[in-house]
Design a protein around this ligand. Structure first.
Ligand code: C5P
Length: 230
């Protein structure tokens, strides 16, 4: 059952305050996007990658992919979910994808063992439609009204949602298009499945799978990537 990676990379990354979108900043001689995509393609079960970028993106076509597998460019959309839907529709229609593995362009430090674990747990699991990598919350969590603390939230039930997120291609395109049409708040793929009441699971990953958001995250990402190549 072919798995196709879909990577939304059409964001502008305003919080980085850089001269270009964060997925095109360099770490150890490669762009963040290239690290993120190649990490997925290294997995034997992943057959191709579809990257959703802005139509006026001047950087993508210059990338020299270090993989034998194909990387396709599609047009991104206004919101992350629009970009994912564009990529997932391409994967389903033109690449015959059975599974779609969605991964943020801005997460270059994914561990290959965590990717493997996610794939193994999801493709062999018939009780749930799909699942996501996530890590348990470490800090004590407070609910507030303004600055006033109301109470402590039970952190046993709280997780940080990451990517990759793995779902069947047909189900994903359906819940994303229906959810978007309905005005649902979709901040990741799993939230579209929540909206549709379709059961899915978390698979525990690691906190070093950071999403590059602020300038200091680049330093941290370089540190994690250097550790991996040692
Ligand atoms: O901005 P944020 O970090 O939440 O973006 C997550 C991912 O979604 C990034 O890889 C970004 O490029 C992508 N994105 C997109 N299309 C948009 C907005 C964000 O592909 N319209």
């Amino acid at each position: 059952e072919p798995i196709v990676a879909v990577v939304p990379a059409a964001g502008v990354g305003a919080r980085m305050q850089a001269d270009r979108p964060k997925q095109y900043l360099q770490i150890a001689g490669k762009t963040v996007l290239q690290h993120s995509v190649e990490r997925l393609l290294e997995n034997d079960r992943v057959q191709a990658a579809v990257v959703a970028v802005s139509d006026d993106d001047p950087y993508f076509d210059d990338i020299q992919w270090q993989s034998d597998k194909p990387v396709y460019r599609v047009s991104g959309g206004c919101e992350r979910a629009d970009s994912v839907l564009s990529g997932a529709t391409y994967a389903l229609t033109f690449l015959n994808a059975h599974w779609v593995l969605v991964h943020d362009a801005a997460r270059p430090c994914l561990r290959s063992a965590d990717l493997n674990l996610l794939i193994e747990k999801i493709v062999n699991n018939t009780a749930h439609v799909g699942g996501i990598l996530a890590v348990p919350v470490r800090d004590t969590m407070k609910r507030t009204t303004g600055e006033r603390v109301e109470h402590t939230v039970d952190r046993e039930q709280l997780w940080h949602a990451q990517t990759p997120q793995l779902f069947p291609a047909t189900a994903l395109t359906k819940v994303l298009s229906e959810g978007l049409a309905d005005g649902a708040i979709i901040t990741d793929e799993a939230s579209a499945f929540e909206w549709a009441n379709q059961s899915h699971i978390v698979v525990e990953g690691h906190a070093d799978n950071i999403k590059i958001t602020h300038p200091e995250d680049l330093v941290l990402a370089k540190f994690y990537l250097d550790q991996k190549t040692q």
